[in-house]
Design a protein around this ligand. Structure first.
Ligand code: PHE
Length: 510
């Protein structure tokens, strides 16, 4: 420990607490320190004390105790029920029928009184020819003119709340008795604190503490008037331990997702989503992906056992259109894939492999322009897990359908989106998807490097014709986690899904 440096960094309040503790021979309660003077509010003592404890100059001892107070003062006027009964029985000559007692005290009070008279041994109840009778005992007699302990305790508590330790020893057994009655006394848990100077604290005190006014903040006025030159500034010890408090915050992915959604909504798009489980038809066939396309293989897509197939009975019309397009081009002007299309293959159930299934299904229901929708949702592919791959990940998908929609608009929308996400520039390269023409790979400029983030294109007539869609549909599907990794500067995609508290706590707030 560097005592001199610590001394330099002590606040005015901390110094006052240290000096007070020294005067109070090294140990005192916060209240005693407060009374030593110089403080405006009692909390100042504890505030300074926690800092002193974090600097190891004092130790704060904490003891849990209880504070007792009376709850119902009325009882002091009439007396406890058994006291009222005792007085009545005595006036009746030491014996009273239960019926008479009930008559005098009322049913409720006499009921309570009987219970306590018996419990305390102040009276007995006997059956006689004319009903139960209450008879005072010697013990009852002895308390006629003197208080019982619980009555005594109530009177003390009526004058002042007391800590458990302040209640006289002989009265303490009465606490549970009073607590067992309803609403009689209140018990409040309380922490008692005591401050003790540590060896380090004494060392700092030995250097001699001077209490002079110190200023902790430089203000514009001080700079303007030049008074800062004569001001005595408090020094800060930047090495002082301070407890770290982690702000509550949303998960990194949630925050990027919020941002993506906000941007698309601001650009006039509406969010859509769909089911994870889909018939191959909507995930692939409707997107003019041939049934022998490698992406449809078992090793790429997760096919389901249960349900193994999803009936397309409800989609029979569009199914026939799609079949034609695949087999011979139908009305699309294309020659199609020229093979025999199988409905069975199209009905196989799988976990959607891309969110383009959301947009094509939306288009099937919304054939009139303008259509501007996006989705940010999960997809599934058979990928081995490594630093850049996960079998479950999310895509940022979108379509824009309107009369005259063009390639330039597509690039414009993507540039606008990525620009608002904080990327300097984007560029596109030719790509290939069975459902778009032209097809693009989208790259973004990040820290001087071009990085691929997804695909885009304009839906082919083979995709739009079966639905009777007459206008160009601009479409894109971008990697969400890759974007998040760039945003948070992460090297490993798995970090985004690990429940590593330290990693999450240390993640920046913005
Ligand atoms: N579905 C493609 C993928 O998963 C992305 C894409 C979407 C490409 C829409 C073109 C148009 O990579």
């Amino acid at each position: 420990m560097n005592a001199a440096r610590i001394l330099d960094g002590l606040s005015h309040q901390e110094k006052k607490v240290l000096l007070a503790l020294q005067d109070l021979s090294g140990s005192a309660t916060p209240e005693q320190v407060f009374e030593r003077g110089g403080f405006e509010q009692p909390v100042e003592v504890m505030n300074a004390s926690s800092w002193l404890q974090s600097k190891s100059l004092i130790r704060i001892e904490e003891q849990a105790t209880k504070l007792f107070a009376i709850n119902n003062r009325e009882v002091l006027i009439d007396g406890l029920p058994e006291r009222q009964a005792l007085t009545e029985i005595s006036q009746a000559g030491g014996r009273l029928s239960l019926a008479e007692l009930e008559e005098i005290l009322g049913k409720e009070t006499s009921g309570l009184a009987i219970g306590w008279l018996k419990r305390k041994g102040l009276a007995t109840i006997e059956k006689s020819s004319d009903g139960p009778t209450v008879t005072m005992t010697d013990k009852g007699q002895s308390f006629l003119y003197s208080s019982m302990n619980d009555e005594f305790l109530l009177e003390i508590l009526a004058a002042k709340e007391l800590l458990e330790s302040e209640i006289p020893e002989e009265l303490r057994p009465s606490i549970p008795l009073l607590k067992s009655r309803q609403n009689m006394i209140i018990e409040k848990p309380l922490v008692r604190r005591k401050l003790h100077l540590t060896e380090e604290g004494k060392e700092v005190l030995a250097l001699g503490i001077e209490l002079k006014e110190e200023v902790a903040q430089l203000t514009p006025e001080m700079i303007q008037s030049g008074s800062w030159r004569k001001t005595n500034f408090r020094k800060y010890d930047v090495n002082t331990f301070a407890p770290v408090s982690y702000a509550a915050k949303k998960h990194l992915l949630t925050r990027v997702a919020d941002e993506v959604r906000r941007i698309f909504v601001q650009m006039g798009f509406t969010e859509i989503d769909g089911e994870y489980v889909q018939p191959s038809f909507w995930n692939m066939d409707a997107l003019f992906t041939p049934q022998d396309h490698p992406a449809r293989e078992m090793q790429d897509s997760f096919y389901l056992k249960n349900p193994a197939r999803i009936s397309l009975d409800r989609d029979i019309e569009i199914l026939n259109q799609v079949k034609k397009v695949h087999e011979n081009g139908g009305d699309s002007g294309s020659l199609g894939w020229r093979y025999h299309w199988s409905r069975e293959e199209a009905e196989r159930a799988l976990l959607r492999t891309h969110t383009t299934v959301n947009t094509i299904r939306y288009l099937a229901e919304h054939k009139e322009p303008p259509v501007k929708v996006f989705s940010l949702s999960r997809v599934f592919r058979k990928e081995a897990i490594d630093a850049t791959h996960l079998p479950e990940f999310a895509q940022i998908e979108g379509i824009l359908m309107e009369e005259g929609a063009s390639f330039d608009m597509l690039v414009g929308v993507l540039r606008e989106f990525y620009g608002r996400m904080g990327f300097e520039d984007i560029r596109v390269r030719p790509g290939y998807f069975p459902y778009t023409e032209p097809s693009l790979e989208v790259e973004v400029l990040w820290n001087g490097k071009w990085l691929e983030l997804g695909g885009a294109g304009i839906f082919r007539p083979e995709v739009t014709a079966p639905f009777g869609i007459k206008y160009p549909v601009l479409a894109w599907g971008q990697g969400f986690e890759r974007l998040a990794m760039l945003h948070w500067n992460l090297k490993d995609i798995r970090e985004l899904y690990q429940t590593d508290m330290d990693f999450l706590r240390q993640s920046p707030i913005f």
